[in-house]
Design a protein around this ligand. Sequence first.
Ligand code: ADP
Ligand code: MG
Length: 490
Amino acid sequence: MTESTYRIAGATGDWEVVIGLEVHAQVTSQAKLFSGAATAFGAEPNTQVSLVDAAMPGMLPVPNRECIRQAVRTGMAINARINKWSRFDRKNYFYADLPQGYQISQLYHPLVGEGSLAIEADEKAGIAEEKVIGIERIHVEQDAGKLMHDQHPTRSYVDLNRSGVALMEIVSRPDMRSPAEAGAYLRKLRAILRYVGSCDGNMEEGSMRADVNVSVRKPGDEFGTRTETKNVNSVRFVMQAIEYEAQRQVDVLEGGGRIVQETRLFNPDTGTTRSMRSKEDAHDYRYFPDPDLLPLELDDTFLDACRASLPELPDAKRARYEGLGITEYNAAVLTAEVETARWFDALLEAGAKPQQASNWVSSELFGALNRLGKSIEDSPVAPAQAAELLALVADGTISGTISKQVFEIMLETGDAPGKIVEEKGLKQTSDTGTIEAVIAKVLADNGDKVEQYKGGKEALFGFFVGQTMKAMQGKANPQIVNELLKKALG
Ligand code: ADP
Ligand code: MG
């Protein structure tokens, strides 16, 4: 594996950046981790709070099987070891958004052990080849509530809707070496979560956020001291935070200072980070096993069912597409988002030819959706209709040029392509007699160009093809036009 060449130049030489990400992903589930309260986004404050979430004395947590199932499936999707025996611990701290005075989390025995994911080569981003990023663990924990400081001039309010919502904390190894690698890791992780269906990956709504651990070192040295920038909520911000923080650390070190292990905050308006508090160690939280909860024990039947329910994942799908003759580039584009992949699979299932279909989706369909400002799930043309359109091109009923016209009409009217072709008389003609007659006229009208062509200006051939197609309103079979023109021009 070639190492990244991303470096920060300093007066004392080049510095390497070391990055590890802790991603908090909200588990897709109707109910919270230990209560039956709802988890919908955007509800009125404190309308989705059970007595457990409000930490009323005497209330007992009951683990939500669906949350555990989703975390296990996620672990399987990153090829991780699933721990059949795991346990919940209390992480004790005081804050106004945490009525229990502790967060139920997992420190000593997490549900999911070591796994990994691969980020793809990206020449432009300086990622020379595919790179595997290690994942240390995934543990399951409760989210806290939310403080609202903007409701009243002198008071703060607390909204407990998020209190008790299930999170997966996905902890990477410090394997990333550039902002681009961190960005690629996050995008890939997000894609996997969305394929699996265990998290909607919506960073704007806070369903996925990252704590960004950054340190710098001279290449070959031991790891340096890291800082942790908390709760960064977009891929771009994560990359910005790394860039800023790495440069800041280099400046401190080159200035003869040292890095303090601390928690920092990212400011999206300025792209900078600032110190929030010195970093706690695990022992500061007085972790201990939660006495209200039994250890989680998973049996093989449950694990088998989790595995059997996994969909085809991005890497496997990409490899399969490439095996169908789809270009590497198109395969990457078609698998990057789960909705695109689903739509494309439906198109193939409807009988479309993979190569033709992949080119059409990534140019014509994406172009149209872009213009209409629609996402692929809301495409006005369904996969089955698209397959029919592509079949008309493949079997020579219409030309590629005409197919664009038909597609436009499909987008507007929702009509079937066969019907449009029939009604508008758009069928392509392969009738040699008709085409020959048109060619004869084109050549007669352009005698001077014919002379030039015969005199060696062969580039004019395209001009004759164009004129013939134009005269036939795009409805001539281009292959036959080519053949007949060659013959006519000698
Ligand atoms: P904590 O909860 O104290 O932040 P974790 O073990 O949960 O500790 O997370 C540590 C994170 O920091 C991991 O993502 C790990 O990869 C990353 N990390 C550890 N050491 C370094 C380092 N020297 N530089 C950058 N990242 C680091
Ligand atoms: Mg941390």
